[in-house]
Design a protein around this ligand. Sequence first.
Ligand code: XLS
Ligand code: NI
Ligand code: NI
Length: 437
Amino acid sequence: MSTSYFPDVPKIAYEGPKSRNPFAFKQYNASEVVAGKTMAEHLRFAAPYWHVMRGVLSDPFGGGTALMPWDDGSLSVENAIKRVDVFFEFLDKIGIDFWCFHDRDIAPELNDLAKSNAALEKVVDKLAAKQQETGKKLLWGTACLFSHPRFSQGGGTSPNADVYAYAAAQVKAAMDATHRLGGLGYTFWGGREGYSTLWNTDMKRELDHLAHLLHMAVDYKQKIGFKGQFYIEPKPREPTTHQYDSDSAACLNFLREYGLLKDFKLNIETNHATLAGHTMLHELTVAVNAGALGSIDANRGDELIGWDTDQFPTNLYTNVEVMLIVLGMGGFTTGGLNFDAKRRRESHEPVDLFHAHIGGMDAFARGLKIAAAIQADGRFEEFVKARYATFDSGVGKTVEDKTATLESLSAYALSHPEPVLASGRQEMLENILNDYM
Ligand code: XLS
Ligand code: NI
Ligand code: NI
């Protein structure tokens, strides 16, 4: 008999919408087929090691509250290895197939690079064994280049070349770990890659250095034969005043400018979209239009709090929008829905981890079912198609096939009366959406 770290929690099963059991799915039925694939295949849920195992539930005004009876709080490798057992019991009971990590979540930072690397390798051995035993898969790995004080002025954009070398060393080790664990992807979230004031910052040199770090990673990827997808994850601010990878459009421009677009896709997070002053639907649409939507950090922000609150994705409208985009691009390939989300500080008991994830999974199952119904019905698609129909033939066609000139359009306009516009029908469309909810 192996030890259970969640003795009060059963394996979470689907019981349907009528169930009153808080430890059951009401909507998420992993093997149920929706639009040609099972829910599990569509949604590809992932759990983030940093929130599930290392999130102490602190906020800017107070320390952690989370109860973690399995954790002795030490930096020992034994403690790190014990957490792996806890995490895999969690994955098994909740029924999540994928996971994500930062190097420093899974293994300790020991203030000595060689020792930290050695500890990382030991924990990766344990993780590899657990994956083998359970069939769970790594969605992506990453390096934490933002917690240690050495990275307070950036990692890949630090003004100090020795810090830059440390950042590169950590990326190398984290890529090795991800490769060993068969990771489907590797993410670069720009941690502290940004600035607090331009009075001390050479933005051009910092961006050149950051791009070179990514180019070196592309080269190293070839060298070790790592086949996973690279992502960058936009975020506009926090921790720095301005983060260089501020939103989808800024990331795409950066990748294009530095010749990196073919090697990267975006990992888009809902709360970061909100912080950027965009909707998630906007951020996803920008990415998908560039053929660069790779993966999603599925969480949500708070309308009244201005930081990355990383709440669980329980907003049905947003989940419908997300799933419409995912279905529209034919589903994820390497990516998935990673719950980059944590419990509120008041929800400090281990069982709350389950309530939180059940809620996110059920809300996304509904998002999927509603999006599939909207897609099958086709009214939105038809409406949008009809709205642009004047570009399908005649003068519009000359614009789309690029034969139009200013002279040809001027001649056309001079010989035609004032155009008559059709209504955008926003309210009617919102009513249709609500009919599905
Ligand atoms: C922080 C980011 C981070 C990335 C991974 O706001 O969301 O958690 O997803 O480094
Ligand atoms: Ni994230
Ligand atoms: Ni975030």
